[in-house]
Ligand binder design. Structure first.
Ligand code: SAM
Ligand code: SF4
Length: 338
């Protein structure tokens, strides 16, 4: 891969952290209603409030110009946005000499079968697929409406197209805790990584998160008694820590926003579907890039990025507490982009 010259004005926040990773939520809509992510009845944004592809591209280019090398498309479900492959192709064309090192996405897999080849052709080489269970009925219960067969065909198609997959599994006590080991054997058996995620208190979804909260630190210790786990150095600048599992010869990740302080190495910011730039998943500080772009053009957009760097907080303060029933952050994950 072509090594880029460092940008003239890199994005560095008040704590000296370089911002090199942008997550873009391309829609807040989704064809699933996962119990930990959305309520059964969601009110989605009016389409006119959502950034056009042209606006997303302009914003993405200004980030790339300031040294952002990695972009992840997310949502909601990125692959349900109409003509999403147009955006993927435009951004993909910036990989390499255009300044972008990697374009990737996080998807629920429901639409993956029809897009896998196109994603690969556009330069996508790795994706995350969210899957919390291998059991069809349980899958339906968790997603409230998904079909596991669609996700499985999507995974088959993506692997056939040459895209590497990491499975994301939200680990929930009393819901899918018993499937962690079978999921690991399955994912590693197919050459895919498995990353376990602790449920985060984002948005009111109408279920009691305290009951299903599964501390991954304890789970890690339990697994370490049954498997040979070797810590890997792989650092993503995010809340994930990785181990290699000797018995299954695969990589297992732990995303522990609730129990692990990862903020000191945070290298990312998140753009919502309406153009709000959030500096932290767990805090409310934001800059409105849509207004900057629509009212002031490229120059105002660039100035807004500098303003954002001044606002990036030192860290989050998620709390899961029976005495505090409201979520720590009222935005759903599908708004900020997971
Ligand atoms: N729809 C896509 C998907 O499910 O992969 C992308 C968006 S989704 C919001 C991104 C990731 O966030 C998924 O892996 C999902 O499991 C995770 N997620 C959603 N709500 C969460 C929550 N409250 N706590 C932890 N993870 C959550
Ligand atoms: Fe949709 Fe992803 Fe949220 Fe599930 S986790 S409801 S698939 S956005």
């Amino acid at each position: 891969m072509t090594k880029q010259a460092p940008p003239a004005r890199p994005l560095v926040d008040r704590y000296g952290r370089h911002i090199s990773y942008l997550r873009i939520s391309v829609t807040d809509r989704c064809d699933f209603r996962c119990v930990y992510c959305m309520a059964e009845n969601m009110t989605f944004l009016p389409k006119k409030e959502v950034l056009s592809f042209e606006e997303i591209e302009t914003i993405a280019m200004s980030f790339i110009g300031r040294g952002v090398g990695k972009i992840r498309l997310t949502g909601g479900e990125p692959l349900v946005r109409r003509d999403i492959m147009d955006l993927v192709q435009t951004l993909g064309s910036r990989i390499g000499a255009g300044g972008l090192e990697e374009l990737t996405l996080t998807t629920n897999g429901s639409q993956l079968a029809k897009h896998a080849q196109g994603l690969h052709a556009a330069g996508v080489r790795r994706i995350n697929v969210s899957l919390d269970t291998l059991d069809p009925q349980r899958f339906r219960d968790i997603t409230r409406r998904g079909r596991i067969e669609d996700v499985m065909s999507g995974i088959d198609a993506a692997q056939a197209a040459g895209i590497a997959i990491k499975i994301n599994m939200v680990a929930m006590a009393g819901v899918n805790e018993d499937e962690i080991e079978p999921m690991m054997a399955w994912a590693h058996g197919r050459g895919m990584g498995l990353t376990l995620i602790e449920g985060m208190p984002l948005g009111d979804v109408g279920i009691d998160r305290v009951d299903s909260y599964l501390p991954l630190r304890e789970l890690h210790d339990r697994l370490a008694r049954r498997y040979s786990l070797t810590k890997l150095d792989k650092r993503t600048g995010g809340p994930a820590r990785y181990v290699h599992v000797a018995e299954t010869d695969g990589v297992l990740g732990f995303i522990t926003p609730m129990s692990h302080n990862f903020c000191e190495s945070c290298n990312r910011v998140r753009l919502t579907a309406t153009g709000q730039l959030f500096m932290c998943l767990g805090q409310d500080d934001q800059v409105n890039l849509r207004d900057a772009l629509r009212d002031g053009g490229a120059e105002a957009l660039d100035a807004a990025l500098d303003q954002a760097m001044l606002l990036k907080p030192k860290g989050h303060d998620f709390v899961l507490d029976r005495n505090r029933p409201t979520p720590a952050v009222t935005r759903h994950m599908s708004v900020t982009g997971g």
